[in-house]
Each structure stands twice: as C-alpha cells, then as structure tokens.
Design a protein around this ligand. Structure first.
Ligand SMILES: Cc1ncc(COP(=O)(O)O)c(C=O)c1O
Length: 365
C-alpha cells in the first residue's frame, strides 16, 4: 500500500542546507553527494534543487546513477567513483560524467574512451577504493604521461572519521600524495578529502582555497555526529516519513501482538496499525524500541515490525483511522528525528534515510 505512505521532502530545507554549507566552507567548492537515490530523498529532484542552489559538483557512486541525472537533463558536473570491473567509461564520455579513477587500468580506460577529465582516487587509510601509497608512483607517472589528452582535474580521498588523530594521519598521507603528484608534473585544481563530518569540523581538511568538500548527509539536513543534532549545525532535516493509521483496535491485557507475540500489553489498551514495514526500508531491529508521533503525542512501536506494517500502543488515547502517524521528520516540528530512529535499532542516521524503498513515491514541496 505504498500509496498510503508519504515521503515528503522539503525543498526549501534542501536549499537552506546547501546555502549554509556553501557559506561555511567558502571559498572551497561544494559537491552535493546524491548517491543512493540522494540518501533516499530522490536523486533527480534533489540534484535539480542542489544545482539550482549553486553547488559546483554532484557526486554519485556509479555511472548508472550519473546517467540517470543526465537523462533527466541535469547539466552540473558529476563525479562517479565506484566502477564495475572492466568498465570502459564510454558511457561517461558520451554523457560528460567525470570518473574518479582508482588504478592505472581505469586511467587507461578513461583515456581510451575520451572522457573530458578524471579525478585520481587515492587510499590514504580507509582501505576501500583508491590507489594505495605503494601504487602512487606508477599511478601518478601514468597520469602525467596521459595528462595532455586526459586532464587530471582532482585528487580525492575519503576519511574514516575514526578520530582526529587518525583523520590527521590520513590528511598527512593526502598531502604526501599531492606533493608526489606535483613532482610528477600534475597539479589538479580540485583537492578533496572531506565529507560531511570533516567538512563541518576540520577547517584543515577542506583542502585550502582550491579545495572542495563532498557533502552528503548534511545536504539533507542530518547530522553525521551522534552527539550533535542537525539544528546545532544550522541544518534542517528535509524528509518526513508518515502514513495514515489504517486500523485501531482494543486489545485486552495479556493478548499477544504481532509476530512471535513479543509484546503483550500489561493492561487493556488500544493499538493502532501504521502501514509501514521493513519492505519499505524500516529496520526490523527497531521493533519495540522506536516511536511514532500522532499530533503532539509520541507512541512506542510495539511487537515486531512486519513487512508492511507496524503497531503502536496508543493507550486510551482517541486515535482514529486516518490519523497521520509520523515516523520521523524535523524535530523542530515536534517529530522524532531520523537519528532517533537510528538509535532505536543501533544504526546510523544514514541508514534510516538511505534504506527507504525507492518504490515509495516522494513528494516535494
Ligand atoms: C567518497 C565519498 N565522498 C563523500 C561522501 C559523503 O559522505 P557524507 O554523507 O558523510 O557527507 C561519501 C559517502 O559515503 C563517499 O563515499
């Protein structure tokens, strides 16, 4: 019953966030990261808003995501940094998508395909994609040889956000790479290491006056920090997930509720069914722990979250079929935050929004 579930996205909030972030890191450039369906917010719509709000770049994980944006008419520069083995980059060249390349093979393929430019991805300690330090001399030498026909526009790395010391060690490695690349005769205009956490925190990681910050979560008004709510950072959560109550029923004390009967009310109570479940992207581990807001009141999710429904205990309150139940939204409006949901299943805020099923219709206002 996806039509009953509303994922509404406040485009003013998206715009506000991007403007706030741009002002914060100026004169560094800003990339808005719209991978994973714009963290569940809807890739094309968000990309348009961010482009309109003046972001310099859009970032996606792979070429499929980039091509979806190009097909929708988005013209902002797009960087894509995760590629299938054997990727030829012909699609990137045809649609003016800039690949982040992690090794010599990708560099050669990008050159052969005739892409406009590349960013070199280096691993400074995260141990994911990107060339590791022992590979830098060969990688950079080949980039220098190809630079006439394949400009190196950026040097990128990604932080682990482990601790200020460990991030500092990654930054030091990044600077070593930049020097080595310069010695090879290549000086990419865009240096970028920081994502939301480092972009909001560490001035040094913003890459200096020619740098760029790749903001993902913060663009959507959510905080990457467990101990700092988004409002403290001047950000506004853009997404609200809600659904009308479909059923209300009285349950006697001791009666089992939902699968496995893990919840049995201690006294007679009223339960309300909200038609949102794990197939919509709600983590089942939030069963019996998360809360939902109806009007001004917050009610606990009770029993196991099912595929298409969850149950809340509304006590003796006069909740009715059709009442709007808000799972999460902007806490400034009296809702649970996505971070509250994350805590309810020992997850992270990223998962709460990025897991929302793409088949749920999004509405933008
Ligand atoms: C390479 C890269 N840059 C930037 C980001 C954005 O991160 P955040 O959402 O923490 O800003 C991501 C997200 O995982 C990423 O993989």
């Amino acid at each position: 019953m996806t039509h009953d579930i509303t994922v509404s996205v406040d485009t003013d909030a998206l715009r506000h966030n991007v403007e706030t972030l741009r002002a914060l890191v100026a004169p560094a450039a800003v990339m808005a990261v719209v991978k994973a369906n714009a963290y569940g917010h809807g890739a094309v719509a968000c990309a348009r808003v961010f482009a309109d709000a003046g972001v310099d770049w859009l970032g996606v994980a792979d070429l499929d995501e980039a091509l979806e944006l190009r097909a929708a008419g988005v013209e902002t520069p797009i960087l894509a940094w995760l590629h299938a083995p054997g990727e030829t980059f012909e699609r990137a060249a045809a649609h003016d998508v800039t690949p982040g390349v992690s090794d010599v093979a990708q560099l050669e393929a990008a050159a052969a395909a005739g892409v406009r430019a590349v960013h070199l991805c280096i691993d400074t300690g995260l141990s994911r994609n990107g060339a590791v330090e022992s590979e830098w001399p060969t990688f950079f030498a080949r980039a220098a040889q190809l630079a006439d026909r394949l400009p190196v526009e950026g040097l990128m790395s990604h932080l682990s956000n482990a601790s200020p010391e460990e991030d500092g060690a990654q930054l030091a490695a990044y600077l070593r790479a930049f020097e080595l690349l310069s010695e090879a005769g290549v000086e990419p205009p865009l240096r970028h290491v920081a994502a939301s956490a480092a972009g909001l925190h560490y001035r040094g990681s913003r890459g200096g006056s020619v740098g760029m910050v790749r903001f993902g979560l913060a663009c959507y008004g959510l905080s990457p920090f467990a101990d700092r709510p988004a409002a403290d950072l001047g950000l506004r959560p853009a997404l609200t997930l809600s659904a009308p109550v479909t059923t209300v029923k009285r349950v006697p004390a001791g009666e089992g509720v939902s699968y496995g009967y893990v919840f049995r009310p201690e006294r007679d109570t009223t339960i309300a069914i909200v038609p949102v479940g794990y197939s919509d992207g709600i983590d089942r581990a939030a069963s019996d722990r998360a809360s939902v807001t109806i009007g001004q009141r917050t009610y606990r999710v009770r029993g196991r979250i099912a595929m298409n429904a969850l149950v809340i205990d509304v006590g003796d309150d006069p909740v009715e079929v059709g009442d709007e139940a808000v799972l999460f939204g902007d806490p400034a409006l009296g809702r649970q935050g996505a971070d509250d949901w994350a805590r309810a299943f020992d997850g992270i805020t990223y998962e709460v929004v990025a897991s929302l099923s793409a088949r749920l219709p999004r509405s933008y206002a």
